[in-house]
Design a protein around this ligand. Sequence first.
Ligand SMILES: [Ca+2]
Ligand SMILES: [Ca+2]
Ligand SMILES: [Ca+2]
Ligand SMILES: [Ca+2]
Length: 426
Amino acid sequence: MTPRNILRCGALLLVAVVMCAASRIGHARYADRWYRMGDDPAQGVAAGPVEDVGGGFTFDSAGATNMNQLHDLQPFNSPVYVSISGSRPVAAATSNNWAIQFDGSDDYLLGPNLGNPSQSIAHTSGGENYAGITDRGYQVWAKPLALPSAGSVVVVDDGEEFEFRMTTTGFWMPETRNIAQTSAIPVTLGAWAHLAQVRPNGDGGGSLSWVNGVAAASQTGDYNQGATTGLVVGANAAPDGLGGTAVPPDAGSHFNGLIDEVELFVLGGSYGTFSYTSDNGYFTDVFLPSKSATYSYVDVIGPRGGPDGHNDKAWVVGDINFNGAKDQADVNAFVAGWRSTNAGSYPGSGLRIGDYVTLGKGDLDLDGDTDIDDFVRLRASFAGVAVVMPTAEQLAGAVPEPSGAILAALATAAVVVRTRRTKRGG
Ligand SMILES: [Ca+2]
Ligand SMILES: [Ca+2]
Ligand SMILES: [Ca+2]
Ligand SMILES: [Ca+2]
């Protein structure tokens, strides 16, 4: 037993029992890794070089000891633990007190990739059953302190399949395989940014990225199957030609700033379907609590049973104005947002994606626009709720073309519904 496992064994026994009792039902995202960058209860961190404390590695907090579920990261060239208790990414997440700072010169962390979960170390070592599971994603907080002087630098690179970069000109840049997309979202130095990149639904579901909860890029989602290049945090990952990871990473690829709460997760199959409103940590942890006390941050449970570093509060389906309730204001917001779109606001050739901005305009299916599909969802989510719903004719009148024919058909359906209700009521 390693020193790390001895440290953790007692503390996690209870957690493991709770985990067994807890159901995964209701959650989609299931964390395969959770790098808290010093906040694992068994880590024993002090400010200073990562290699000097807690056994020398930084701990994976997703899983139990001696189960082949924990895949720690090895530090190279002395990235350091720094206290963030005065400037947390999520102020209300008070169990988060440490992050790791990278010097932008040669610091990085290295561990096994998640890649395709069915080929990952957790599955092949028997730690998890990811048979048939190919969907995945990650989210991370990054606080850049300086832009690169040339090229672009990397916050996280999972096996050279999925990565997030930052450009010399100060824009976030998601990359899938070797295709990078420069987003329109600027980097703010000295501020925490939430980065998320998700492959939610097979090759056809794309590789989708958000920065601070806002759509950043949409790319195609197929893999290089069987990638053995590692997970690198703070620099670029590349194959070494021998089945491993090139070390040191590219000299110009090192991130200058803080990185925290790196979560790599699996999706699909028994884990459920990705949902932006429950699986994007910026939306659940920062955006929703900022809108209503109904959504204020509480974290006592997660997909593995215990706290997971994310708000337990769920968005009320149909709450378009985010006030915590379904009411007439949501319907009015839908009408005001009718036919709006975020087309052209982000790069890439993948599926159209939405975010809290489009959702706030009625984009209930989160494909970036507010159209007839969203109206169908609006009506469904407000069934039995006392509101005045627009008629399809009114929506059609808002923008007569090009949706007139579809709306005319819906208007007929709406009349039928009203008639039936009248009869049943009588
Ligand atoms: Ca942390
Ligand atoms: Ca939680
Ligand atoms: Ca509302
Ligand atoms: Ca939509």
